[in-house]
Design a protein around this ligand. Structure first.
Ligand SMILES: Cc1cc2nc3c(=O)[nH]c(=O)nc-3n(C[C@H](O)[C@H](O)[C@H](O)COP(=O)(O)OP(=O)(O)OC[C@H]3O[C@@H](n4cnc5c(N)ncnc54)[C@H](O)[C@@H]3O)c2cc1C
Length: 393
């Protein structure tokens, strides 16, 4: 039976930042991934030297933990500034600039109140309605947040969203990665001390005499340490024997399914003007993310993020055709994936405080994910760096 220093369940950015940090310290790390590809919400589709993001697409100069992990992977020369192309909101009147959905009078009348509203203890709906006005919240901000987190976000804690962090002034304000965001996952999986197994999800975890035993299908692995880097409910399920109190706190937390479909077309076959992002106010998808932010001589690409379990493949394809004013014969490449993003509510932060007080009581147990300080890639990297620091104390 293969023995490792660490077994990490989940090969998304959370799991891989943790794995990299341990591997850099000379630890032998096994990363188990349930899906048939690594990366989770970092999912880059490739076609003929062109790439398209089906998941996370933008890194900000304020993502210091993630930038540091990418630098240690030797990726700085791959940082590509995003070209400034407009956002659009899809309304019943078609594609319009975001500013068209903002009622400036309502915003102005709200200004005095806005000076006194605090994020803490408030939902996104409460905080941003107080800041912008209820009409502006419903018409503009609610769809914008839903587009960013690929699900309705009104009941999320406001302080877990849209955070301001200090920026690295040597970098572009926002950028992406040459070859695709999943390059970080690939480079980490290639590290000498990292073994990645895809289509090999952790089924159960037990702890006996300080050794973790993890079953994954027909395989069994052991390690001195175990790191959960998957969705809250799945983490809860895996920790049922090892940390039952944590398990029962996490098991009820839902995650929203996102069905993402990306298409690549020849530039000459798309008449829609350049854009970075479409926010869909209503309808069957929350957003469309384009590749127009990085120039390409031949192709354009668009990833549609559909609401779950509503549409057949045929219906999704028809929506893509209609939105891009083209037909499917012009798609030179099509790729699909499914993501799961946690749905967080007020009280989450208090639950996390309790989790953190409990996790330290189980030797060799670490927990990371996109449900600690927030859902952004930087939140994942920050949590993983923090858990990694605890692991190497
Ligand atoms: C469409 C979309 C666009 C986004 N855009 C941005 C962006 O531009 N910038 C930004 O900062 N953030 C963005 N985000 C958010 C960010 O990308 C994610 O929050 C982050 O990548 C999540 O990483 P993670 O490792 O915590 O979780 P995940 O990426 O979900 O990884 C968890 C992994 O665990 C695996 N797993 C589950 N159960 C098991 C098991 N039992 N055993 C083994 N493996 C298991 C899953 O298959 C998955 O691969 C976006 C998210 C989405 C969905």
């Amino acid at each position: 039976m293969a023995h490792f220093d660490f077994i990490v369940a989940g090969s998304g950015v959370s799991g891989m930042v943790f794995a990299r940090k341990m591997a850099e310290k000379g630890k032998k790390v096994l990363v188990l991934e349930k899906a048939d590809r690594a990366g989770g919400c970092l999912a880059s589709a490739s076609y003929d030297n062109f790439w398209l993001e089906l998941g996370g697409h933008t890194v900000y100069a304020s993502y210091s933990s993630y930038i540091s992990a990418m630098r240690s992977a030797g990726m700085e020369q791959d940082f590509l500034p995003r070209k400034k192309v407009p956002f659009r909101m899809l309304t019943s009147a078609g594609l319009v600039p975001l500013s068209k959905c903002l009622n400036k009078l309502e915003l102005f009348l709200n200004l005095p109140k806005a000076l006194f509203v605090k994020k803490e203890g408030r939902t996104v709906r409460d905080f941003y309605s107080a800041l912008l006005g209820k009409g502006n919240y419903e018409k503009m901000f609610r769809p914008m947040i839903a587009a960013v987190i690929s699900q309705e976000g009104s009941d999320f804690p406001a302080d877990m969203m849209l955070k301001s962090r200090p920026k690295d002034k040597t970098l572009p304000r926002s950028f992406t990665i040459k070859g695709g965001m999943a390059e970080f996952i690939k480079k980490t999986a290639e590290m000498e001390n990292v073994t990645l197994k895809t289509s090999c999800g952790a089924d159960s975890v037990s702890l006996d005499n300080g050794i973790y035993t993890v079953t994954a299908g027909a395989e069994v692995f052991t390690a001195d340490n175990f790191t959960a880097a998957c969705y809250p409910a799945e983490t809860g399920r895996l920790l049922a024997d090892v940390a039952p109190e944590i398990s029962s706190m996490l098991a009820p937390i839902p995650s929203a399914k996102v069905e993402s479909v990306g298409v690549v077309l020849k530039k000459s076959d798309v008449s829609v003007g350049e854009l970075s992002f479409i926010i869909a106010a209503e309808g069957d998808f929350t957003s469309v993310v384009s590749r127009d932010v990085v120039e390409d001589a031949h192709y354009r690409g668009f990833a549609f993020h559909f609401k779950p379990d509503r549409l057949t493949d045929e219906q999704k394809t028809s929506i893509i055709e209609k939105s891009l004013n083209t037909d499917r014969s012009k798609f030179v490449h099509k790729a699909e994936t499914v993501h799961y993003c946690p749905t967080l509510k007020l009280g989450h932060e208090e639950m996390l405080e309790k989790l953190d007080s409990l996790v330290v009581k189980t030797k060799g147990l670490y927990i990371t994910g996109n449900w600690f300080t927030g859902l952004a890639i930087e939140d994942c990297a920050m949590r993983s760096a923090r858990e990694a620091a605890r692991a190497i104390l």
